[in-house]
Design a binder for this molecule. Structure first.
Ligand SMILES: [Zn+2]
Length: 417
């Protein structure tokens, strides 16, 4: 019965010893409530294949503790169920705790605040400074500004999404090739000197942006899917570069030992020997051909650029393709093929056939999807698996993912005590 309970678990932490099925299903129930709130007990039971009394038992202490609350659901006509008795829905109490998310992007940084309701309540954005120290000063100031507007709620956790691998403890950014940052102690810098409301006791979790995006896209899908299919998938985030988030066996996979935090760095696998130079110092990396940013150089080709005339940006190329320009359409088809080459490799290498593509690349999906699918279909991955590729969100997964990292940690680790 428990086998169809999917849980997108951030499983690398040393959280409370709660590996019992009940604790696991409670975590999944909480994630489902968060994605679908308000939701009735019977609907929760149906979606997870549990009986109603199990659901009721799991929630009783959480309602008593004030984390969850009950509310009358609007009557839906025509269903004929529970006639005369208005259904009661469960939702999170939004008035108690809040979470901060920080998305450090290559070009821009967003800082946002959310509660357990799931919507972003306040958001701040600025250009990412080139120096990590300057960036962290701005981030800390933005976090303090947002905290001042939290309406009496308590800050529980800060999640930070970064464009590169992190250390095993999820506190440092190891390397962000597009920013040129190496070994930045992000968690420590954001906590800073003990000062309310960000004091030393607030946990700051630094996560790779593609992994954070995987959590975010999983939550969006939990609204309509049972969750069982979300046990295993590959998240491909394509924007300035390419990063992958791996969810395997219901857990985020980050690598093992010293390599924890490195898993998913497929953007720099070589797909063209002696190809275009990459910021990482190598040549022919996948992201030089299949990231949204790579479309510009594919569009311009080998032609010498005229002085002062820069190559169009990805969104401009998409606009031109939509306007019927063949050159732009061919460029996006090429990006689709290169994306397919890499995704085919990853599907075979990991044995995970469900792929969600997220990030700026999605803006051009209607020109990319077909060549992408054709390329995968021609490869071993396409012939041996029931693979699937679906577009995720083009925008918002950066900050959304950072917030997801914070909230998911809270829901998974004993709810902050
Ligand atoms: Zn590279």
């Amino acid at each position: 019965m428990m086998s169809n309970i999917a849980y997108i678990q951030t499983g690398w932490r040393a959280h409370a010893p709660d590996s019992t099925n009940l604790a696991r299903s409670t975590r999944m129930l909480l994630r489902l409530v968060r994605a679908t709130q308000p939701i009735s007990r019977s609907e929760l039971a149906r979606r997870l294949g549990l009986n109603r009394s199990t659901v009721t038992d799991a929630f009783k202490p959480l309602i008593t503790a004030g984390l969850l609350r009950e509310e009358l659901l609007p009557q839906t006509s025509g269903l004929g169920r529970n006639q005369g008795r208005p259904p009661i829905g469960l939702s999170f109490n939004r008035a108690r705790e809040f979470f901060i998310g920080v998305n450090i992007g290559v070009r821009r940084t967003q800082v946002g605040l959310t509660d357990l309701g799931g919507e972003i309540i306040i958001e701040d954005e600025f250009a990412t400074p080139s120096e990590p120290r300057a960036a962290l000063t701005l981030i800390r100031a933005a976090v303090e500004r947002l905290c001042a507007r939290a309406d009496g709620r308590k800050l529980k956790l800060i999640g930070v999404s970064v464009p590169g691998p992190t250390d095993a403890q999820r506190s440092r950014l190891l390397y962000a090739p597009h920013l040129g940052w190496r070994d930045v102690p992000i968690a420590e810098a954001i906590r800073g000197e003990a000062r309310a409301p960000i004091n030393g006791s607030v946990q700051v979790i630094v996560e790779n942006d593609a992994t954070a995006t995987a959590l975010y896209e999983a939550r969006l899908r939990l609204r309509s899917e049972t969750g069982a299919d979300l046990n295993d998938f590959i998240l491909v985030r394509s924007g300035t570069g390419i990063g992958l988030g791996l969810v395997i066996g219901g857990e985020v996979y980050r690598g093992t030992g010293d390599g924890a935090g490195l898993a998913g760095e497929f953007g720099h696998m070589t797909i063209v020997a002696g190809g275009k130079p990459c910021v990482c110092g190598n040549r022919g990396c996948w992201e030089r051909y299949a990231s949204a940013a790579s479309a510009s150089s594919l569009y311009v080709g080998d032609r010498v650029q005229l002085g002062g005339q820069s190559a169009p940006k990805y969104v401009d190329i998409v606009a031109r393709a939509e306007g019927g320009e063949l050159r732009a359409q061919r460029t996006l088809a090429q990006v689709g093929q290169y994306l397919g080459i890499g995704i085919g490799n990853v599907i075979m290498g990991l044995g995970v056939p469900r792929v969600i593509v997220s990030g700026r690349i999605v803006f051009g999906w209607k020109f990319i999807a077909e060549p992408l699918r054709e390329t995968i279909a021609q490869r071993m991955a396409g012939k041996l698996t029931n693979w699937s590729i679906e577009p995720g969100t083009p925008m918002g997964a950066g900050l959304g993912g950072a917030l997801e990292v914070a909230v998911d940690e809270f829901l998974s680790s004993g709810l902050g005590g």
